[in-house]
Structures are given as C-alpha cells and as structure tokens.
Design a protein around this ligand. Structure first.
Ligand code: DQA
Length: 148
C-alpha cells in the first residue's frame, strides 16, 4: 500500500509560522513521525509540499494508479480551490482531508472546505497528530474498499 501526503501553501513555514495556532513542530518533524508510523504499519509513503495550486493539481492527477490514498492538507486552498476539488473528483483516489488546527473553530472563511464533499473524511484540530490519525484512517480506507 502507498499513501501520498500532500501539503499546500505556507506549510513549509511550520515551526516558525503562527506558533500559537500551529505549534512549534516543523513539517520535517511531522514527516519523520509519519514515516516512523508508516514503517510500523508496513505502508509506503511519499511526503510533498508546494505553495503552488497547479503543482498540487498535477500531483493529485499523477496519484492515479500510483497511490492507494491521498492525505491532503490543502492549507488555504482548502477554502478557495475548485481546481483541487475537481482534481480529487476526477482521479477517484480516496482522499483524506487533514488540518492541524480545527478549521471549524476559527474564522468564518476557514469554516468552509471546498474539498470536503469529495473527500472520504476530514481530520481537523489535533495538531501534528492529525497526520498520524489520517495515516491510520488511510489503512482502514483501503481495508474498507477491499471489503466493500
Ligand atoms: C490549515 C488550516 C488552513 O485554514 C490554513 O490556511 C493553513 C493550515 C491547518 O492545517 O490547520 O494554512 O490547513
């Protein structure tokens, strides 16, 4: 099983960016924790970040046939990007939406996710643990697909 982790704009600044909201953990720290848990679970992962919407669209499209699940923190594009939503719907690779913060407890403009309707589910508000929970959910997504 292979899982593609995609991270959107400004997540490269984790650790220094608004630490009161996102904590002091860097994206590299999160990646290494995800890699360790993935090894325990026996799944392969790829972990990427881009500030560019088109790059994220390209990676989602390329996931078809290459990855079983996408875990996507689309960051600000969550709230604005019809292109990301259409890409997820187009490729049909099960996608889990993930956020460090609880987007529903923040500003009104963050409470709307344009990608949520085309994702299997959303994990939001558990800090770096959101990524581990998404990884564990990914394994179940695959299992439930197999058993469907
Ligand atoms: C975020 C929440 C988004 O609203 C924000 O634009 C981000 C990070 C999160 O992980 O909590 O950049 O996706």
């Amino acid at each position: 099983m292979k899982i593609l982790f995609l991270n959107g704009p400004n997540l490269n600044l984790l650790g220094e960016r608004e630490p009161d909201v996102y904590g002091r953990t860097t994206l590299a720290d999160i990646e290494s924790k995800v890699r360790k848990r993935a090894k325990d679970l026996g799944v392969g992962i790829d972990f990427r970040q881009s500030n560019l919407e088109g790059q994220l669209v390209d990676w989602i499209q390329e996931a078809k046939g290459n990855f079983d699940v996408i875990v996507l923190n689309a960051a600000a594009y969550t709230h604005t990007s019809i292109a990301l939503r259409d890409a997820i719907a187009a490729v049909g690779v099960p996608t889990i939406e993930v956020h460090l913060s609880n987007i529903h407890a923040r500003e009104k403009f963050r409470q709307k996710s344009l990608i949520a309707p085309v994702c299997c589910g959303q994990i939001s508000g558990f800090g770096q643990k959101s990524y581990i929970l998404a990884l564990e959910a990914s394994v179940d997504v695959k299992v439930s697909k197999k058993n469907a």
